[in-house]
Design a binder for this molecule. Sequence first.
Ligand SMILES: NS(=O)(=O)c1ccc2o/c(=N\O)[nH]c2c1
Ligand SMILES: [Zn+2]
Length: 258
Amino acid sequence: PWGYEKHNGPDRWYEYYLNAKGHNQSPIEINSKEVHYDHSLLPWFASYDPGAAKTILNNGRTCKVVFDDTFDRSVLRGGPLPGIYRLRQLHFHWGSSDDHGSEHVVDGVKYAGELHLLHWNPKHSNYADAVRRYDGVAVLAIFLKVGKPVKREMKRILEEVGAIKSKGKEAPFPNFDPSILFPKSQDYWTYHGSFTTPPCEEVITWIILREPIVVSPDQMAKFRSLSMNSENEPFRPLVDNWRPPQPRYYRMINFHFK
Ligand SMILES: NS(=O)(=O)c1ccc2o/c(=N\O)[nH]c2c1
Ligand SMILES: [Zn+2]
């Protein structure tokens, strides 16, 4: 199966997943001097129901929180989106040290991590169908920067990390509104790209917030204390679960800054 190591990592994904060599792949480098101001872009709005949060789990590749997406309960709209998109899950990418770990890179800066909130377009009958449509998926991406902890809400997620140390472990994660993690500014870049993991379908409208959120060094260390392996296997630190930037080809990055 695919992973992030030499033998099964991003440079080899195309051997089994042809999309990986497509011309609309993610992540990409964002060069803030080359982006395009699109005056037609609107602000984005998230209205999330804390009751939709269900569980937090370690799937051996990331730590993710899943939400009830059986109806329009927690939705993202506005920005570049044609309508509402339902929140399905959030997950993280992080490095083996604080100087790298994000997937998107801004003016050469790699952040320590990146939070992805994945939403899908309910105009398609279900998620499986949405991931085969150009307008099927929207991911809100937020950079994690290491500093003095200001985001108490990250505490909640990282407190649970202790309960999901090994692959396959999951724990209840009720009453959580992820919008409490958002930074102050709504400014974002947007472009059309792909899943950053196999099968790398090119169906994602990316909305990348310019302002990072701050997490503490020991919060990052908590992510790195997760294991890629299940509990009856040797501990293998789950780190560096990020795909490097892919060729941009002829894609425009638009932005909306207040
Ligand atoms: N990293 S990403 O492109 O946001 C992303 C989002 C949801 C995903 O579900 C996956 N396997 O079930 N991979 C994946 C990547
Ligand atoms: Zn992701």
